[in-house]
Ligand binder design. Structure first.
Ligand code: ZN
Length: 289
């Protein structure tokens, strides 16, 4: 069906990789594979309007969750305290022990920010696409600073944070290089960028991270190092994440990393982070009122 000029352009067909490399066939029919860096590129890249509709609270956290047999946001806002949130916090403290401010981009229900605050981090700020999801986070966890929109086109209380966290976010971005450059601009001196994202290691069509509606770019470890380097970061550690298909990336401002810091981050990556969560950790955040 032809789309008229008055209709919203929801997506465009990918022409090149984020790196500028030419695209060839991927193991998955809805993706291309970059011939240069190996990134798996979704054939249809959603426009801002398309992404706005896709990540609406109801469309993404209720309708899509039901279709994929995943828990809705109300359930995730409890369940995530039993697994990923304490692990992410432990990793944050490991790499940035004196952290006093966190910006989480793609903060969803806001549970991680609430956990950080209840463990003594003074300033916690979140960004999430949908105004309705932001309202959910603000109300559920009493978080005043959860701002709707596409980072960096958002209204933040300030633009300098000890940690910028983005868990399960980077693979969803339609403009990843520009977003990474903006992340660098919002990082305080000596700060750390923490990413959790899928790691493409040459899997076939059955790889569960091939989700063409959601995951626009799927990076190899080499590709994520390269895109962050182009944005002005140095990746100091890449480590196993909570789930086997992910990678956990620590990056700092290039030129700011001392040899001591580099070695410290690399050593930290060898420490286990999946120890069982204690009861006290699970209940560190108040139940909803
Ligand atoms: Zn590429």
């Amino acid at each position: 069906m032809a789309s008229g000029p008055a209709e919203k352009q929801e997506s465009t067909s990918a022409a090149t990789c984020w790196c500028g490399g030419a695209l060839g066939p991927s193991p998955h029919p809805a993706y291309f594979s970059c011939l240069r860096c190996g990134t798996q590129v979704a054939q249809e890249i959603l426009s801002t309007e398309g992404l706005q509709d896709h990540y609406h609270l109801d469309a993404y956290w209720h309708d899509r969750a039901r279709q994929l047999n995943l828990p809705p946001i109300e359930v995730r806002a409890r369940q995530d305290f039993g697994d990923r949130i304490p692990v992410w916090y432990r990793i944050l403290r490991r790499y940035q022990p004196t952290c006093q401010s966190v910006l989480e981009i793609g903060c969803s229900h806001g549970g991680f920010l609430a956990y950080c605050r209840s463990h003594g981090i003074a300033e916690v700020v979140g960004v999430e696409v949908s105004p309705e999801t932001c309202a959910f986070a603000r109300e559920r966890f009493d978080l005043p600073h959860v701002q709707p929109g596409f980072f960096p086109a958002v209204d933040l209380p300030r633009w300098s944070y000890d940690v910028i966290a983005a868990f399960d976010l980077f693979e969803h971005l339609s403009t990843p290089l520009a977003t990474a450059q903006a992340m660098l601009g919002a990082l305080a001196p000596g700060g750390a960028l923490l990413l959790q994202l899928p790691c493409y290691r040459g899997e076939g069509v059955d790889w569960p991270m091939f989700l063409p509606g959601d995951h626009l770019y799927l990076y190899t470890a080499g590709a994520i190092r390269e895109i962050l380097a182009r944005a002005g970061f140095e990746v100091t550690a890449i480590t196993k994440a909570i789930f086997w298909y992910d990678q956990f990336v620590v990056a700092r401002r290039a030129g700011e990393v001392t040899p001591g810091q580099r070695w410290r981050d690399r050593l930290m990556a060898f420490l286990p982070h999946r120890r069982k969560t204690t009861r006290a950790e699970r209940h560190a955040v108040r139940e909803p009122r």
